[in-house]
Design a protein around this ligand. Structure first.
Ligand code: DAH
Length: 344
């Protein structure tokens, strides 16, 4: 019997030594120490054995069972440690590997110029107003002194949504909205935003573009305030020593109206391809707020005066960066946009 026990023990120890996984080890434990194990079988035969046999064989097989269990526990500790080490090795992170190249975006050149203009005007005490891009005809035209059927409507081909609602053709309706809201108090705002015209797109035209409107209404506002403001603006945008000049023009909502030229920042006014050899570059429209606009918004033109101006953001940006096609702004070509990374 002892021989049998020794055989079981040596077989078990052999298998335990060779077990390389916890799964296998658990199988071995079940096989050698479970209810149907060879040891259990031997214990069963003891029922018919003598007392003396019961004692010696019982004690011997218990000892074998203990030794098997001891060997299993020792092996378990080794396997557990190995499992942890394997896991650590397989999950190790190589911190010296180069990281993924995340492509960082950059601010769009139009937005940069808008921010720059906002900074300049906020520095002069203006606040930034906003208005809707879907506008009513009354604000986009009528209250800007352009009644229905007025020939000046032909200056701006429009996208109408219905008879009285359209995509705003200019940021000027924000003048009316601001005045109505201020209801009789002084106003000093700029409003950057998108506008829409039924133009065929080409290098200098787009059916959607951006403007920056300016409006100052107070007592004793004169055209020299307008000129001083725009001179300052042009120096900040195009460099020290820039001069501006006013040319008579027509806008329905200003009287008098002017086109504003800035002295060429490429050649300093001597004449070059940039300024088409005139020394001057046309940059914006402006004027003194028309009495009808003031009246319509509840301001008595005998007491209140104002000036207004409208800047084409694309045009200013194209001049600043020597961009020759307006469509570059909208086609999202990363090669174009990349050139303005980090630039201001
Ligand atoms: N709204 C005009 C346009 O889109 C631009 C403009 C001209 C705005 C003169 C003004 C202004 O405020 O005074 O053509």
């Amino acid at each position: 019997m002892n021989e049998k026990l020794n055989e079981i023990l040596s077989l078990a120890l052999e298998e335990i030594k060779e077990a390389t996984t916890m799964l296998k080890l658990n199988e071995i434990r079940a096989f050698y120490t479970g209810k149907k194990s060879p040891l259990a079988e031997i214990m069963k035969t003891l029922a018919s054995a003598s007392i003396e046999e019961k004692k010696t064989i019982g004690a011997a097989s218990n000892k074998v069972k203990q030794e098997i269990e001891k060997a299993i526990n020792e092996r378990r500790l080794i396997l557990e440690e190995k499992e942890i080490n394997d896991k650590l090795a397989s999950e190790a992170i190589d911190v010296t590997l180069p990281g993924y190249d995340l492509k960082a975006g950059a601010m769009h050149p139009l937005n940069k110029v808008i921010e720059e203009l906002e900074d300049i005007f906020i520095g002069m005490g203006y606040s930034v107003a906003e208005g809707p891009e879907v506008e009513i005809d009354v604000f986009n035209f009528e209250m800007l002194n352009v009644p229905k059927g007025h020939p000046a409507r032909d200056m701006q081909d429009s996208f109408y949504i219905d008879e009285n609602v359209l995509l705003r053709t200019q940021t000027s309706p924000v003048q009316v909205r601001t005045l109505l809201e201020a209801s009789g108090k002084p106003v000093k705002i700029i409003c950057p935003g998108k506008v829409y015209r039924r133009d065929d797109d080409d290098a200098t035209h787009s059916h959607q573009f951006m403007q920056l409107e300016g409006l100052v209404v107070d007592r004793n506002i004169t055209m020299s305030d307008l000129k001083g403001t725009l001179s300052m603006l042009m120096e900040k945008m195009f460099g020290k020593g820039r001069q501006i000049r006013f040319k008579p023009s027509y806008f329905p909502f200003t009287e008098p109206s002017v086109e504003v030229d800035v002295s060429c920042f490429k050649c300093g006014g001597k004449g070059c391809p940039m300024c088409k050899h005139t020394g001057w570059i046309e940059v914006l429209g402006a004027g003194m707020v028309h009495p009808n606009v003031l009246k319509g918004a509840g301001y008595d033109p005998n007491i209140w005066q104002g000036f207004a101006f409208g800047i084409g953001i694309e045009r200013i940006t194209m001049l600043r960066h020597n961009i020759d096609d307006i469509r570059n702004f909208y086609i999202n070509d990363a090669r174009f946009l990349k050139q303005f990374e980090g630039e201001r």
